[in-house]
Design a protein around this ligand. Structure first.
Ligand SMILES: [Fe+2]
Ligand SMILES: [Fe+2]
Length: 301
C-alpha cells in the first residue's frame, strides 16, 4: 500500500520546477501507476508549468489513468488557448481515452478548432466515443496495455493495412485503426509499413506514428526516426515523439543523435532528448522500473 504521504512526496517532486526534468517525469509515471484521486490532484497541479513537454505528458497520463475525476482539468486545458497546441491536443486525446460521453458535445465543438492538431485530435476523440457507444473495449487487450485513440482494425494483412494507413482519402480514424492493428501484429514488416507513415501530410498522424514506433522498440525504425529528429523543418511535436521513440529503442546508434539534439533550439525537442537519454539509461540498466519515484522517496527517508 502506498500512503498519502508517499503520494504527496512524489507529487512535490513533480511540481518542483527546480528538479531535473527526468526526475519529474519519473515522478509523474509513478503517480500514474499509483492512481487514485490524490494522484490525479497532484498531476493536475502541474499544468501551470512552463514546459510544454511536461504538461502534455501530464494530460497523457491522466488519459491513461481513465479516472473521470480528471475530466474537469482536461476540459480546462483543452479550452485554454494559452496552452501550447501539443498540450491542448493531449488533453483532447485524454478526454477521448477516459471515454465519458459528457464531453462528446465539447469535443465536437473543438473538432473545428483553428489549431489543426487540436481539431484533428477532437475529431478522433469524437469517433472513439461514438465507437464506445456501440462496442465494448477490453482494456489491456493490446500488447502495450495502452488506451489508444482508436481501436485496432480487424484486418490482419500487413499490405492491406499499410494501404489504408497511407491512404489520405480515408478518415484519420480509419487510418489510426490500421496503425494500431499494424502495431499489434508487430515484427519488422509492420514496423517498416508504419515508418512509411512518417511521410504523410498530417503532423498529428506523423507524431502518432512516432509514438507507436516507440512502443514497438524495434531497431528497424531507427533510421527513419532519426531522419525526422534531425529535420529542423519538421513540426517540433513530431520531432519530439521521434526523439522519445529513439530513447525507448535505446540502441547505441540512437545515442549520438539524441546527444546532439539535446541542444536543439526548440525547447520541446531539447527536453525530449533529455528525457529520451534517461530512458536510454534505464533500458540499458538493471533498474527494476522506470517509474521509480517511490523508491527514490524511500531511499531519502
Ligand atoms: Fe500526442
Ligand atoms: Fe508526446
Amino acid at each position: 500500500m502506498v500512503t498519502e504521504k508517499e503520494v504527496a512526496d512524489v507529487g512535490r517532486v513533480l511540481i518542483d520546477s527546480g528538479q531535473p526534468l527526468k526526475a519529474r517525469f519519473r515522478a509523474l509515471f509513478t503517480l500514474r501507476n499509483v492512481g487514485g484521486r490524490t494522484a490525479v490532484e497532484w498531476i493536475s497541479r502541474a499544468f501551470v508549468d512552463e514546459s510544454a513537454l511536461l504538461k502534455h505528458e501530464l494530460a497523457y497520463c491522466l488519459g491513461q489513468m481513465r479516472d473521470e475525476a480528471a475530466v474537469p482539468v482536461l476540459v480546462r486545458v483543452l479550452e485554454d488557448r494559452d496552452q501550447e497546441p501539443m498540450v491542448r491536443h493531449e488533453a483532447g486525446e485524454a478526454l477521448g481515452a477516459i471515454g465519458s460521453l459528457k464531453v462528446l458535445d465539447l469535443l465536437k465543438q473543438y473538432s473545428t478548432d483553428p489549431v489543426i492538431e487540436v481539431a484533428e485530435t477532437c475529431q478522433l476523440a469524437v469517433r472513439r466515443l461514438e465507437w464506445l457507444q456501440k462496442n465494448r473495449e477490453y482494456p489491456g487487450c493490446n500488447p502495450y496495455f495502452s488506451v489508444d485513440p482508436a481501436p485496432p482494425a480487424e484486418e490482419k494483412d500487413i499490405e492491406k493495412l499499410r494501404q489504408t494507413l497511407l491512404d489520405e482519402s480515408q478518415t484519420l480514424f480509419d487510418r489510426y485503426q490500421a496503425m494500431f492493428a499494424l502495431r499489434n501484429i508487430g515484427g519488422e514488416r509492420a514496423v517498416l509499413a508504419l515508418a512509411d507513415g512518417l511521410k504523410c501530410s498530417s503532423a498529428l498522424f506523423r507524431h502518432e506514428i512516432g509514438f507507436v514506433l516507440g512502443q514497438m522498440q524495434h531497431e528497424a525504425s531507427i533510421p527513419q526516426l532519426s531522419e525526422v529528429l534531425v529535420n529542423m523543418d519538421e513540426n517540433p511535436m513530431v520531432r519530439h515523439e521521434c526523439a522519445e521513440a529513439l530513447g525507448s529503442i535505446a540502441k547505441e546508434s540512437c545515442l549520438e543523435t539524441l546527444r546532439v539534439y539535446a541542444q536543439d533550439k526548440e525547447r520541446v525537442v531539447r527536453e525530449s532528448c533529455e528525457v529520451a537519454l534517461d530512458m536510454y539509461d534505464y533500458e540499458n540498466s538493471t533498474e527494476f522500473q522506470y517509474a521509480d519515484g517511490l523508491s527514490k522517496i524511500q531511499a531519502v527517508e
